[in-house]
Ligand binder design. Sequence first.
Ligand code: SAH
Length: 222
Amino acid sequence: MAWSCSGNSNAELVSNLRSAGQFTSDRVEAAMLAVDRGDFTPSHPYRDSPQGIGYNATITAPHMHANALQRLEGQLVEGAKGLDVGSGSGYLTAAMAVMVGSRGKVVGIEHIPQLVEMARRNIEKNHGNLLRSGRVELIEGDGRIGRPIEGGYNAIHVGAAAPTLPMELVRQLADGGRMVIPVGTAHQEFIQIDREGDRFRQKTLHGVIYVPLTSREEQLRK
Ligand code: SAH
């Protein structure tokens, strides 16, 4: 049970996640130390579990955020472009933005307008520069369609489970890019897609539990 990584502070949580092998990279550690989870959820921010953020959404558990950043570490380099689908609280959008440095850019896309605003307020607390510089762009929209850009994204993180692999998003990967995405309904798997030229390699990593990547109406109906 990943709760053993819980801490009393952001630094303790990050240290416990690293000791437990949830990530190995110094760059992931630096990003997770720079972005305090306490800015993104008022309830038990340093507990290694998801927390409700309203609108039937959750901030993903810290060990899953750590896993995702580790998987994308080779793509989240200085100057890279990232896409965070279902950006929710804004935590991972901010962490990705820290990793791509001042010449990089990360787009967070979220379909609940109140969560887009919440993410903006959360990031503003300690990382307003990411918003003002345009390194982070938070947009309201359907993440299943993504947001095509010239040349594609080096890293795509999907924070909600798609029933099947959304090809629209796969097509938005840059050459050499990587996407991590939970796929499935009753049973979900964390999937990694690597693009090499016109070839796409798909790897199934492990079972996961995420909120669904769905329509706004469906999400709010519950
Ligand atoms: N990484 C975020 C995850 C939030 S939970 C965090 O840790 O805060 C998943 C998010 O995906 C929710 O905010 C939900 O509103 C959003 N979502 C679900 N379906 C979506 C869709 N079709 N388009 C955009 N966002 C979606």
